[in-house]
Design a protein around this ligand. Structure first.
Ligand code: C2O
Ligand code: CU
Ligand code: CU
Length: 468
């Protein structure tokens, strides 16, 4: 089966998509980028340097100089326009992870658009249907560009004030550096064939140990976003009044337990968790931790300041529900997708976005052959508006955060555990686990579907699902 895009001439495609816009930069003091009236948000990935407690690391990629990509804030139901101008010598595209955009705005090379050359601009225009915590990252040369830092948090604000006194996004990502701050190889074939290649420099918002001031006695919303290419974070939250309010963008339907040291919360690459925390009344410091080899390590510290605001968690308004369609399990057809280890010799390279140098993985025994999709068909074809169950079967002894673009889904059963039925776009498959997910195929297009351990994605564990 042939995808429709590669048959359209590149020039015609670009003319139809609002190319040739002036290049522009971001001027940001605070790292917040507010979509204001009518003005497009301009993004220009470029090379930069930053010191991670060591000599400066050069060759990083951000949208700002010397700082991580900014938090972008959009509003639910309000049209957004983002002009991406490529400031790199390499090709790129941008993807809005978790946002149910029209297919042409999804940023997936060859499947939805062509990769951009240097100084070329692509206009992404979409109206975010759902409020919550999302993120953005390139989908071309994904391994390199994400490892070099090009991952940012994207917040879609609710239409009304929930009542927090502070709202802090935490972009969790490890870098791989040597003692002199030089970048180590993004991944190793050995790692890619197994659990993945872990970084050695844990950061939050590109800081080793950030401390943020927050109002004593106040209510803070923390948005934790796992943007690492490999790491499954094990999170531990402080022993304070608080709750998990959203999972992968959407308000929770079923409670997720507050994680403690003996039962940490797993946050896999691509996933997000929003928490509400009631801060202590006195001036003090609290921390959220991640476990690294069972040892807790602070990922952010919050310093409470001022006289207590004396707030109460019960004063928060509930998050507004997102407009998601509930799948009809009585009529849903089931498609099975099997994730396995399929060493297939050398990879293929049929595109410009750095696809497979090696092949280790497969979906339904077929390793993804590369970026360009004119030789492979969809893994499943879903009829627009119908309900489906996708049976995700992990036949490997490794864990895989499985991500579907364009649609949200509900995990409905697992062979290994009780999963809360919370809406998501990325579900962590434990080793040898089978999880059934349910969805309504209500967004037409060819939707990328892959493991979010980028080394796995880029060595075969990828494909796409067609909704028509
Ligand atoms: Cu977050 Cu296809 O990616
Ligand atoms: Cu995505
Ligand atoms: Cu994987």
């Amino acid at each position: 089966m042939k995808s429709k895009l590669p048959t359209i001439g590149r020039r015609a495609f670009l003319l139809g998509s609002g190319a040739a816009l002036a290049a522009g930069g971001l001027s940001l003091g605070t790292g917040l980028l507010q979509a204001s009236t009518g003005e497009p948000i301009r993004m220009r990935p470029r090379l930069t340097s930053h010191a991670f407690g060591k000599p400066e690391t050069h060759g990083l990629i951000s949208l700002r100089d010397g700082a991580p990509p900014p938090v972008i804030r959009l509003r639910q139901g309000v049209p957004a326009v983002i002009d991406l101008t490529n400031g790199l010598d390499d090709y790129t595209t941008m993807h809005w992870h978790g946002i149910r955009v029209p297919n042409a705005m999804d940023g997936v090379p060859y499947l939805t658009q062509f990769p951009l050359i240097r100084d070329e601009t692509f206009r992404y225009a979409f109206t975010p249907p759902d409020a919550g915590t999302y993120w953005y990252h390139p989908h071309c040369l994904t391994m390199e560009q994400m490892a070099l830092g090009l991952t940012g948090v994207l917040v879609v604000e609710e239409p009304f004030d929930i009542g927090f006194d502070a709202d802090i996004a935490l972009n969790l990502k490890d870098f791989r550096l040597d003692e002199d701050g030089r970048l180590l190889p993004y991944f190793t074939p050995r790692g890619a064939a197994r659990t993945g290649t872990l970084g050695n420099t844990p950061t939050t918002n590109w800081q080793l140990d950030p401390v943020y001031d927050v109002p004593a006695g106040g209510l803070v919303r923390l948005r934790l976003v796992a943007t690492d290419t490999t790491r499954i974070f094990k999170l531990v939250f402080p022993d304070l009044p608080g709750r998990i309010i959203a999972w992968d963008g959407h308000p929770v339907n079923e409670p997720v337990p507050w994680p403690r040291e003996d039962a940490p919360l797993l946050l896999a690459p691509g996933q997000r968790v929003d928490i509400a925390l009631r801060l202590p009344d006195d001036e003090t410091e609290i921390a959220l931790h991640r476990l690294i080899a069972h040892a807790p390590q602070p990922l952010v510290r919050l310093r409470t300041t001022g006289a207590s605001l004396n707030r109460d968690l019960a004063a928060l308004r509930p998050l507004s529900e997102n407009p998601l369609s509930m799948p009809d399990l009585a009529t849903a057809r089931t498609h099975e997708l099997v994730f396995g280890w399929t060493p297939d010799g050398d990879g293929q390279n049929n595109g410009l976005c750095g696809s497979n140098a090696y092949t280790f993985w497969s979906i339904n025994r077929t390793p993804w052959p590369g970026d360009a999709v004119d030789t492979v068909g969809p893994l499943a074809e879903l009829s627009l508006g119908k309900s489906y169950v996708l049976r995700l079967r992990n036949e490997s002894p490794n864990q895989h955060p499985i991500h579907l673009h364009g649609l949200a889904f509900l995990p409905i059963r697992s062979t290994l555990r009780q999963l809360p039925r919370n809406w998501t776009d990325t579900v962590l498959l434990l080793k040898n686990e089978v999880i059934d997910i349910a969805l309504v195929a209500d967004n037409p297009g060819d939707w990328a579907f892959h493991c979010h351990v980028i080394e796995h994605q880029k060595t075969g564990l990828a494909g796409f699902i067609r909704v028509a």
